[in-house]
Design a protein around this ligand. Structure first.
Ligand SMILES: [Zn+2]
Length: 280
């Protein structure tokens, strides 16, 4: 993890929104990098002091009563009949007390239930609409970090391929034998993206296939793993640290192409790859 990535993930880390692996990665970086560790300490001290210094006001009881009273009036105006009928049977002991008190107790109860119901509905709306949106960017960013790291490692450590072959009929059986799924392997030499080979990799907490293609002097790692059934996702393009990432999903597989070729080249790669897929 680079300092830039650590800083980007810092807020999510401080708010406890990262997954365990991202947490570990950032913690390791903080142990090793004094600069980021200091940024982390400053951030968390700031959060603590804001938490302590922010005044917390309880609404004065008069305000609460005024809101409840206006709600009671509102409800009473809408359903005067059902109310008068229900009071004696629901609250027989209240009949002796003054009428205003009776109304207050009855509608006080209704008001609490209304407030509770409203709070539940509001919480559900927030959870459904907001939570996935808050979560996704962090998850994608972390996966992008893993994908770039894997791409760079494959070029650096002389471990571009486990099976070096431009023959799809060599690469595919090799991968099929090692994985619990059978990725589609196509050679795209005639389109200017010759197949170089295949590799096993580990991403997003699972073994994945990495198909290696070449574009002039550049390499494209195409990471493939099974898509969750019914998962629909628009194409995603991420540019980071000079690398292009392109993500798409078809009916069976998740694809992430990572390379230092231009964005246009990567889009073209995706198009010719999809065109060569066997029709099912
Ligand atoms: Zn750092």
């Amino acid at each position: 993890m680079t300092c830039d990535e650590a800083i980007k993930l810092m807020d999510g880390y401080l708010d406890g929104e990262l997954d365990p692996i991202a947490n570990q990665t950032i913690e390791q970086h903080l142990r090793e990098c004094q600069k980021c560790d200091e940024a982390y300490k400053t951030h968390s001290a700031l959060i603590r002091s804001i938490g302590k210094a922010t005044p917390y006001y309880k609404a004065p009881s008069g305000l609460r009563e005024r809101i409840q009273a206006s709600l009671r009036e509102e409800i009473a105006e809408r359903s005067p009949r059902s109310v008068s009928r229900n009071i004696p049977s629901l609250f027989p002991s209240l009949i002796q007390s003054k009428q205003s008190e009776r109304r207050a107790v009855l509608f006080g109860t209704q008001w609490n239930w209304l407030a509770l119901a409203a709070a539940i509905v509001l919480a559900a709306i927030i959870a459904f609409n907001l939570a996935p949106r808050l979560r996704r960017p962090g998850a994608d960013q972390f996966l992008a970090t893993q994908l770039i790291a894997s791409h760079v490692r494959s070029l650096m450590a002389n471990h571009l391929t486990d099976v070096a072959s431009s023959d799809q009929h060599t690469v595919k059986p090799w991968l099929d034998a090692k994985l619990d799924f059978a990725p589609v392997v196509v050679d795209l030499s005639s389109e200017g993206f010759p197949l170089v080979g295949g590799r096993l990799d580990y991403l997003d907490n699972r073994p994945v296939a990495a198909l290696v293609y070449q574009r002039r002097k550049h390499f494209i790692n195409l990471f493939v793993w099974p898509a969750e059934s019914g998962s629909v996702s628009a194409d995603k393009r991420i540019t980071r640290q000079g690398y292009q990432l392109l993500h798409w999903v078809d009916s069976d597989f998740n694809y992430w192409a990572v390379s230092d070729v231009s964005d246009n080249d990567l889009q073209a790669f995706k198009q010719v790859f999809e065109k060569q897929l066997p029709r099912r």
